[in-house]
Design a protein around this ligand. Structure first.
Ligand code: A2P
Length: 271
């Protein structure tokens, strides 16, 4: 499995399996199938309500825990010092594991001092409960705020797909040596119908999803597509084998841009 080295020297598989909006038995089945076809990076979050199902699938997979990169997220309503500690303890139980590879702050929250959240996360790292600290849905301003606390973050997980390529934020993250994970890389399915993507799919004898995922990975991001369909879970994994020419990648780079598809029900982007 191809990996990317993070700024703390930890290796993360460049293709992960996303579990947003997959719950209950569907989640256990999807994660089990993903692990059986070779995914070694699973992405979840407290807010997804599927920790127990993800934990069960990992425990029953026969894959060594040390061979799996597990990411989860502490939601923005639990960022106070004690809430972070309490959440992490609960996550370990729910996920049936001794450690989380990467714990992300799930959306910023200006009501809680960044220093307070980061102090708790650093303690969890020192204790060995988590291996790395990251953030999700942080803008350049939020990233500056974290970096002013001297906390070494290695990841910003954000919405990225060909219709919302976040070019500037990605460049800023690169400048700060923060890796980017692209969530909703298929644009929640919307980009799959694109005419250029269809043309490239034909040229490379690939599926449209494989073209998009290969572009995300070629652009030095980590992709976490989600699917509940066994065949699509498998096909998406095979995107790791697809290499496109730089010329074709650049055609995807310049597709017209739209709005974000994942909109929070709160306003954190107003200052
Ligand atoms: P399904 O679960 O039925 O496969 P994103 O990861 O960008 O949020 O996109 C997820 C959406 O795209 C889901 O609705 C998923 O539906 C669908 N999807 C995932 N992989 C594929 C694929 N290879 N081809 C078509 N649709 C896909």
């Amino acid at each position: 499995m191809k990996t990317k080295k993070l700024n703390n020297n930890i290796e993360i598989p460049v293709l992960g399996f996303g579990t947003w909006q997959i719950t209950g038995e569907d989640c256990t089945n999807a994660v089990s199938h993903a692990l059986s076809v070779g995914y070694r990076h699973i992405d979840t979050a407290d807010a997804y309500g599927n920790h127990a199902e993800v934990g069960k699938a990992i425990a029953n997979s026969g894959v060594a825990r040390s061979d799996i990169f597990l990411t989860t997220k502490v939601f923005r309503n639990s960022l106070e010092y004690k809430a972070v500690h309490d959440s992490a303890e609960r996550f370990l139980q729910e996920l049936q594991t001794d450690y989380i590879d990467l714990l992300l702050v799930h959306w910023p929250n200006k009501e809680v001092a960044m220093q307070e959240t980061m102090r708790a996360l650093l303690e969890l790292k020192e204790k060995g409960s988590i291996r790395a600290i990251g953030v999700s849905n942080f803008t350049t301003r939020h990233i500056d705020e974290v970096l002013s606390t001297d906390t070494p973050i290695c990841m910003n997980q954000i919405e990225v797909h060909p219709y919302f390529n976040q070019r500037e934020l990605r460049a800023y993250c690169a400048e700060k040596h923060i890796a980017v994970t692209a969530y909703s890389p298929l644009g929640r399915g919307e980009v799959l119908e694109d005419a250029l993507i269809a043309k490239l799919a034909e040229k490379y004898q690939a599926t449209p999803a494989q073209i998009i995922l290969a572009w995300v990975i070629a652009r030095d991001m980590i992709a976490i597509p989600k699917s509940t369909n066994p065949d699509r879970i498998e096909k998406n994994f095979e995107s790791l084998d697809l290499k496109m020419s730089e010329e074709d990648l650049q055609l995807i780079d310049v597709l017209p841009q739209g709005d974000r598809l994942v909109c929070p029900g709160f306003n954190e982007f107003d200052h």
